[in-house]
Design a protein around this ligand. Structure first.
Ligand SMILES: [Zn+2]
Length: 118
């Protein structure tokens, strides 16, 4: 294997090893909400209003529509971790794309140099 490709291979394997340690991945985001309940004379209708909560929600886009789910507080850390895993996964993928693209660019410039030398 030519030297630059060996380098690419090594760098790729380093990224692939990191990839192997990423746990479950989840799209979307977690938000904390305070809300009124709608009951008359409740503290949430007072001035100033004392809203209920916090409530935790996870939202994601599915086929162009927003899907929202209420989360139990004890599930929040797990969702945050999985969402963070997805960000790490995508950062690693971006590095992999960049690496391979760099390799093809190097090859292309070599090929054009060889062609012009003829
Ligand atoms: Zn209320």
């Amino acid at each position: 294997m030519p030297e630059p490709l060996q380098q690419l291979h090594k760098s790729h394997q380093r990224l692939a090893r990191q990839l192997a340690h990423i746990g479950p991945v989840l799209k979307g985001s977690v938000v904390k909400r305070f809300m009124p309940c709608g009951k008359p004379n409740c503290r949430c209708q007072a001035d100033p209003p004392q809203l209920h909560g916090p409530y935790w929600q996870w939202s994601t886009a599915v086929n162009g529509k927003t899907l929202t789910r209420r989360l139990a507080p004890e599930h929040v850390p797990l969702y945050l971790e999985w969402i963070d895993n997805r960000k790490r996964l995508e950062a690693l993928l971006a590095k992999m794309y960049h690496l391979s693209q760099q390799a093809t660019a190097d090859q292309a410039s070599k090929a054009s140099k060889t062609a012009s030398a003829r």
